[in-house]
Write a protein that binds this ligand. Sequence first.
Ligand code: MLT
Length: 245
Amino acid sequence: MEKEKIRNLEVCFSPANFPFYQNKEESIIVIVDILRATTAICTAFEHKVAKIIPVATLEETYKYKNSGFLIAGERDGKVIEGADFGNSPYNFMGNAVKNKTIVITTTNGTQAVEMAKNCLDIVIGSFLNLNALCEMLIKQNKDVLILCAGWKNRFNLEDSIFAGAVAEKLNNEANYSLNCDSAMASVDLWQIAKNNILDYIEKSSHRHRLKKLGLDDVLEYCFTPNITKTIPVFKENYFVEISKL
Ligand code: MLT
């Protein structure tokens, strides 16, 4: 019998490091921005948004606005001028998003998408779709590269512990090896955090940034696993639910 191929899982802690990863074309890229962009995007698809168009610059965002698109956007956590929504996952619920196309720009999440957008397979991960995401990755049986959005090209804790949750699952439940130090480190962090994530996340700088802005009402929600089975996948220049491909 042919020996089962061992797949690789790598973790990139910052978009700035992404160009140094060699295996991008053979990998499914999982973009992660737990506080709050990828949690918001998963929420939107759970609430039946039609498409999400991620854009990196304000200039491009306002071009879409002038063409009549709904826009969601934040910089440094604060809603951008003229936006229809900010970046709270609670904005992306119900009739506000159902069957709509929404353009989104954020400080880090959509910058990570920008870095990866020429790759073949890009999906969105968050605690909200953790199990569904891992099941899909295991089924696809390709290498996986988790791209943490971080904060302005710097490491952050919340994206890294999520990477650890995925890495642990794929390592324990499937034929994934963790061949990079950042994957190992993310699993170690996840081990420390997982029994009380909300306590652990008190160490996160963005958690405190959101608190100062009065925007931390979403904290518990952002760390709640498996609220949705939706998996947003990138096609051309937008995200769509994987089942709609
Ligand atoms: C981001 O993309 O930088 C974040 O989602 C920031 C936030 O809205 O909290």
